[in-house]
Design a protein around this ligand. Structure first.
Ligand code: 5AD
Ligand code: FES
Length: 344
């Protein structure tokens, strides 16, 4: 089936006004919510997040689990532990698992393939989303052939100079973008995204990001505010703007009516009702944590992350309540992206 995502065009000037104008939150949210209801109704998809390793060979200046942060207690889940998380998730109604980690070379491709195959054998009616950073084309392909369905890899920024201000010189802007195209070509449902108000980010950078995403046409787009992380070189930069992040969620829904857009943990961290407001601003996905509680607090990309002490079941119950109260409903299925048949 040919996918036509109906990416809607707006001028740079229009986007700039939407991004910068503090008085537009409600207008944008109303417009975005109407678009989302038209396509996805009041459905909210849930993804069970398994943070299976916080080892990382990268050193992004904004991230709390960067290689140079010696204050992190590092952990790795065994394949058995990962499988246990998926079993718990399955019983709670999760039909998508997001396997997320730092860039950890300890897990050889064979190991990841085995984990994917085991999960898929045991729970064939689920989707597996990988979020493990940059790998080779061959690795992406092997994981896909083993049964992985989706891959999340935020581009972080679509401006080369800005990228170089956020990352050490051994990390590559070109490789990141190339990875996204490779993942698409292989057949994954692909997720991109960026932080709002990351250090040195301009409105023009954000517009460039929207343009890049319009070119890529990802199935999923994850954004959240930049949040201060105390043990990083950026520890002096303030948290990003909550309201601007909400406007960007709405802008994304307006530009990408069909996209799966999460109300992220970062949004819930910057404001206690952030995820609810994210849903009302156009988001339609939530990604609660299924990781074992004993490791939760060690996966801190930024300070004060929420839900580090809650069992998966409590988290699910808490989220259901929050979603209901916001006027939506949680759906327990795979929650694939809706695509439009091309009209001829
Ligand atoms: N604040 C907010 N988001 C962050 N991420 C990493 N560090 C931070 C931070 N300090 C985001 C990045 C990454 C995703 C997993 O988390 O965009 O892709
Ligand atoms: Fe985890 Fe509320 S969503 S405790």
């Amino acid at each position: 089936m040919e996918k036509l995502r109906n990416t809607v065009y707006y001028s740079d000037n229009q986007l700039k006004n939407w991004i910068e104008n503090e008085s537009l939150n409600e207008t944008l949210a109303t417009k975005a919510d109407a678009i989302r209801r038209n396509i996805y109704g009041d459905d909210v998809y849930i993804r069970g997040l398994i943070e299976f390793s916080n080892y990382c060979k990268n050193d992004c200046f904004y991230c709390g689990i960067r290689k140079s942060n010696k204050n992190v207690k590092r952990y790795r889940l065994t394949p058995k532990e990962i499988l246990e998380c998926t079993d718990i998730g399955y019983k709670l109604g999760f039909r998508t698992y997001v396997m997320q980690s730092g860039e950890d070379t300890y897990y050889r491709d064979d190991m990841i393939v085995k984990i994917i195959e085991t999960v898929k054998n045991k729970h064939p009616d689920t989707a597996i989303t990988l979020s493990m950073g940059e790998k080779s084309y061959e690795s992406y392909k092997r994981f896909y052939e083993a049964g992985a369905d989706r891959y999340l890899l935020r581009e972080e920024t679509s401006d080369r100079e800005h990228y170089n201000k956020l990352h050490p010189s051994f990390m590559s802007f070109d490789n990141r973008r190339e990875s996204l195209w490779q993942l698409k070509e292989i057949g994954y449902q692909v997720g991109g995204g960026f932080m709002v108000d990351s250090p040195y980010q301009s409105t023009e950078n954000l517009i460039e990001d929207l343009r890049f995403l319009q070119e890529l046409e990802p199935d999923m787009i994850g954004i959240g505010p930049y949040l201060t992380s105390k043990d990083t070189p950026f520890s002096n930069f303030p948290d990003g703007s909550f309201k601007k992040t909400l406007r960007l969620v709405s802008i994304l829904r307006i530009l990408f009516p069909y996209a799966l857009i999460p109300a992220t943990t970062a949004l819930g961290t910057i404001n206690p009702l952030g995820r609810e407001m994210g849903l009302k601003a156009g988001a339609n996905v939530l990604m609660p944590n299924l990781s074992p509680i004993m490791y939760r607090k060690d996966y801190q990309l930024y300070d004060n992350k929420i839900c580090t002490g809650d069992e998966a079941a409590e988290c699910k119950a808490c989220l259901s309540l929050r979603v209901d109260k916001s006027g939506y409903k949680i759906v327990c299925d795979k929650g694939d992206v809706i695509t439009r048949q091309k009209d001829f």
